[in-house]
Ligand binder design. Structure first.
Ligand SMILES: [Mg+2]
Ligand SMILES: [Zn+2]
Length: 181
């Protein structure tokens, strides 16, 4: 099997509106053009992999079942616009409550799982998100990071200072990744 490139996509603030803990399916609102952008990546032969920190589960704000209902709704709404999400992986932990883990971004465990499960070439892949921790795994895995400005929260470290490119939104990020092939 030949390896394919992937877009590693953050969820909240990148694919859908970040409502500060998306607690149920009724709160799922795709960002403008996000599904159409994923569909373009699908058509170009890229995997679309969602990797999301969901510390609201450890914090008791939502349950694992709530998360699964949200994930199904994200998949459904994107599919209705012609977009395929190949895999959605999440970290349910929060270090202060559940202790350290290897799956919370920027941890690499979920990325490595996706690489092995789907047959992804990480060197040809892009790591896209609204926070620094969504992009940092690119350094260890060999791909490239792209910061989108559709999030609602900020990091302490300015992302451009950390050496990552910045684009307006997911449609711009997908255009950037496809242009670089
Ligand atoms: Mg985010
Ligand atoms: Zn975790």
């Amino acid at each position: 099997m030949s390896l394919k490139p992937a877009l590693f996509l953050d969820r909240d603030g990148t694919l859908i509106v970040d409502t500060d803990f998306v607690r149920g399916p009724e709160a799922v609102v795709p960002l403008p053009g996000a599904a159409e952008a994923v569909a373009r990546a699908n058509a170009a032969g890229w995997y679309a992999v969602v990797i999301t920190n969901q510390s609201g589960i450890a914090r008791g704000i939502l349950t694992e079942d709530d998360y699964q209902a949200v994930a199904r709704e994200v998949e459904r709404q994107f599919a209705a616009r012609g977009a395929r999400l190949d895999l959605q992986l999440h970290c349910p932990h929060f270090p202060a409550i559940s202790g350290p883990c290897e799956c919370r971004k920027p941890g690499l465990k979920l990325y490595r799982q996706a690489v092995a499960q789907l047959g992804i070439d990480p060197l040809q892949s892009w790591f896209i998100g609204d926070r620094l921790r969504d992009l940092v795994p690119a350094r260890a895995l060999g791909g490239r990071g792209l910061h989108v400005l559709t999030g609602t929260r900020t990091d302490d470290t300015p992302i451009t200072e950390a050496g990552f490119e910045q684009v307006a939104d997911l449609p711009a990020a997908v255009a950037r990744a496809l242009k670089a092939r």
